[in-house]
Design a protein around this ligand. Structure first.
Ligand code: FAD
Length: 298
């Protein structure tokens, strides 16, 4: 039986990258809410671990020019706090649906990306926001869009020695919504999830879907249709019969759901069309989200 050689607890990103450079098989531990479940079930048998919990620089967020940079170690509870929640209301909505308070205190955005589950609740909204995943190794750095980063069910594009250091999100004047369907109201893995972002500054619509395909999916046809019907000049989403329904229909068309222990494919498609219609109506009523003047936080 393999024995574990140890747990490194560096205090800087460079320290983490040094450990991984020396031994790329070392496994990265953030909040442990996925990692430790796998260890407990015997699906993961790490020989060495590098923990991110002491890397203070990964647990904060800041505004850098016209972007928001969120450290990979930022927890759901942090995302739900006022300043960040004001800037990214859709991400805060997603964070509120994750697990329990204990899970939200420990679980991180970087860990959600690290697991790369199609049911990861932060992924549809990060996709809709055009977020970039900032990746580093000791000798290189690169950034990938969420749909480049997640390459299959629980599969991502990280190479040995690489970690996610942060996500970078364009700071704009947006309306955002996140909806999740599950078999109960709390502590539930999503059966279907949808994030919708209307960017009033750039005239862009983003729509990301979760749990309805092998990876988070972008509903491109629905995005283009909505961008075409919005009155951008007057910041209005039309209040016309059938428009919300049409958006929901196009959203459901983008999905490729499967039958599994959580739901049938047919129910997932139906739930998604309802989420699409509701997201349309909610964003129409919001009309616009005023950008607050906040600069950084923990
Ligand atoms: C009871 C319970 C309820 C849950 N409910 C939900 C839910 O509603 N929605 C949801 O989306 N998830 C849910 N989860 C799953 C989990 O909480 C999230 O996926 C969480 O974001 C994982 O973050 P973590 O910091 O705990 O990651 P960890 O468990 O520490 O790590 C997860 C994976 O990511 C890797 N990793 C972590 N950080 C990095 C990094 N910076 N760079 C590269 N790789 C990294 C790890 O090596 C590991 O493979 C739940 C889990 C539990 C136990």
């Amino acid at each position: 039986m393999a024995t574990m050689s140890g747990i490194a607890r560096p205090v800087s990103v460079e320290g983490v990258l040094d450990v991984l450079d020396e031994d790329p098989a070392t496994q990265v531990l953030a909040g442990g809410t996925d990692f430790m479940v796998e260890v407990n079930y015997g699906h993961r048998k790490p020989q060495s671990i590098v923990a991110l919990s002491r890397v203070a620089g990964m647990r904060t967020w800041q505004v850098v020019e016209d972007h928001l940079v969120i450290g990979a170690g930022v927890t759901y509870s942090q995302v739900m706090k006022e300043q960040l929640a004001d800037l990214l209301p859709g991400l805060a909505q997603a964070a509120r649906t994750v697990g329990s308070p204990q899970i939200r205190n420990a679980g991180t955005i970087g860990g959600n990306l690290g697991t790369a589950s199609p049911a990861g609740d932060s992924l549809p909204i990060l996709l809709a926001l055009d977020a970039l995943v900032n990746i580093r190794s000791k000798h290189s750095s690169r950034s990938l869009r969420v749909d480049e980063y997640v390459i299959g069910p629980k599969k991502h594009a990280l190479q040995p020695g690489e970690i996610i250091v942060s996500v970078r999100i364009p700071l704009s004047d947006t309306s955002q919504e996140f909806l999740k369907v599950g078999t109960r109201n709390a502590m539930v893995i999503s059966v279907a999830g949808l994030a919708l972002v209307v960017d009033w500054k750039s005239g862009r619509v983003g729509c990301g879907l979760g749990s309805v395909g092998p990876t988070p999916i972008r509903a491109s046809e629905a995005e283009a249709w909505l961008a075409g019907v919005i009155d951008w000049e007057n910041r209005r989403i039309p209040d016309r019969d059938g428009y919300g329904q049409e958006f929901g229909r196009l959203v459901a068309r983008a999905a490729s759901p499967i039958d599994d222990h959580r739901s049938s494919a047919a129910y997932r498609s139906y739930a998604l069309s309802v989420c699409g219609k509701r997201a349309y109506e909610r964003i129409r009523r919001q009309q616009r989200q005023v950008l607050p003047g906040i600069v950084n936080g923990e």
